[in-house]
Design a protein around this ligand. Structure first.
Ligand code: ADP
Length: 165
């Protein structure tokens, strides 16, 4: 069997930046597990269950063939990755802002388990400046964000924040 990677994140909500990373991850790894990291202390706009649903609705049709799985986990990412038999943790890098944080996380994860490798990919350039938080903020102010997120996410955001004007 080939290599499996875990792509962990908040995904609150999933954006087209996340989808771009999944597409690129699947070009490298045989199996990719997109996993919602559940942090009971960190609320969010969507519940972990809703995020899993949104990821499934946004991804499973687009990437058929059984190489992609959507899951959720609590606790350390390296523990989850080990449990799932993954060789790598996939993370994304956007224009400069992510580097410091991702570097520290990767070093901590390596300290915890030297056998699980952090792999960083960049999304397609049009998503360099897109984050879940800016999408949420714009949507909450009534902006049309339908070209930044998958269809199911746009629909759910419109339900939460009716468009203005
Ligand atoms: P977290 O709270 O774990 O950072 P996110 O859902 O915000 O969760 O992000 C998950 C991963 O996806 C992170 O590695 C982040 O850098 C990456 N990511 C998010 N948006 C983009 C994007 N537009 N382009 C590239 N990577 C991204």
């Amino acid at each position: 069997m080939g290599a499996t990677a875990v792509y962990p994140g908040s995904f609150d909500p999933p954006t087209l930046g996340h989808l771009s990373l999944v597409e690129r991850g699947l070009a490298i790894f045989d199996r990719l597990i997109v996993a919602v990291a559940v942090n009971p202390e960190k609320g969010g706009l969507f519940t972990p269950g809703e995020r899993v649903e949104l990821l499934s609705e946004s991804l499973l049709d687009r990437f058929p063939g059984g190489r992609l799985e959507i899951d959720r986990f609590e606790g350390l990412t390296v523990d989850y990755a080990r449990r799932r038999g993954a060789a790598a943790i996939l993370r994304g890098l956007r224009a400069t802002s992510d580097f410091e944080f991702e570097f520290r996380m990767a070093m901590m994860n390596r300290h915890l388990d030297d056998g699980i490798h952090s792999v960083f990919l960049m999304a397609d350039h049009q998503w360099f400046y897109i984050s879940s938080s800016t999408v949420k903020e714009a949507a909450s102010l009534g902006a049309d964000i339908s070209d930044l997120v998958p269809g199911p996410v746009a629909r759910r955001l419109r339900g939460k924040f009716p468009a203005k004007g």
